[in-house]
Ligand binder design. Sequence first.
Ligand code: SAH
Length: 356
Amino acid sequence: MISSEEKLQGVTDIKSMLPGELEECMQSLGEKKFRAAQLFSWMHQKRVESYDEMTSLSLKLREKLGQEYPLTRLRAVREQVSAIDGTRKYLFALNDGNVIESVWMKYHHGNSVCISSQVGCRMGCRFCASTLDGLVRSLTASEMLEQVYQIQRITGERVSNVVIMGSGEPMENYDSVVRFVRLASAEEGLNISQRNITVSTCGIVPRIRQLAKEDLQITLAISLHAPNDEKRRKLMPVANKYSIRELMDACRFYFAETGRRLTFEYALAKGQNDSEEDAAELAGLLTGLNCHVNLIPVNPVKERHFARSGRQAVLNFQNKLENYGINVTIRREMGADIDGACGQLRKSYIDSNQEN
Ligand code: SAH
């Protein structure tokens, strides 16, 4: 099934189709089934940008496809390169003129891309820039794929890891995100191991349970950010809908179903959630769960009033968790000089265009 997001303006998005769906599409055009594999390879393996280049398809078919199935293509409108660590941040224009951002990071284990799953976001997390202007729309699977394709094309380097941690809440764009994972990990496509794909969610409980049943090998990251409901509600409106207890139950279910270790993200904001008592309470929540905690000193956003925790507070927090036997790392800060935090680049681009 193609979800409504895949049918932008009534157009069926051919680049979001799974191989079986593409076969049906080819047959509906009176073509042989094997054309689907050729077309899939042109779009997702050779990654050409127009039907003209798909020379193994007949001219007639290429013309027909061109008329009925416009190919999703992103256009880079801005690139920022960090002078500190080489991280690159891209602003891409979608076919409908909306803009989204993606980040390319170089690690010793390979290149990682952080992609957006929506234009804007409606979750309202208090420290986040992506949500400031609300949600515009969800992205199609092909618009998520194209972020990776374009970045590989521009950098000339292979991407080995994808994190869906850019703007948007992936679990509010569930069908397209799952579709993206299947397409990005397809052997006949980009062929990124599912183990190298991370989906980050603010904790939409029913979707976490649903995702557990998809038979995927991805890493699930939960944005927890607080050790109890009271503190979490001050930071994340979604905490009014689902309690930490329900969330942790869903996480245990996810692990039981998939055997995949969970990641918990915890943004440390000065005086909000960074005391040693907070760390002890957090450890209590996570005891017995196969997980890993990623501490992120909060990235200050100009429209928001959170300050990052001091270096010592971060280290104390880490020590405390370690004393309880919890696996913990402090997120290495990347691209601090290039609007590194989610949604900052898009926001500054839109704001500056409005001033002009
Ligand atoms: N909506 C998803 C994915 C996008 S946000 C989610 O909530 O997980 C990716 C991560 O960056 C989340 O953990 C989010 O809480 C965090 N984040 C957003 N703004 C931040 C900021 N200013 N400083 C530090 N982390 C931030």
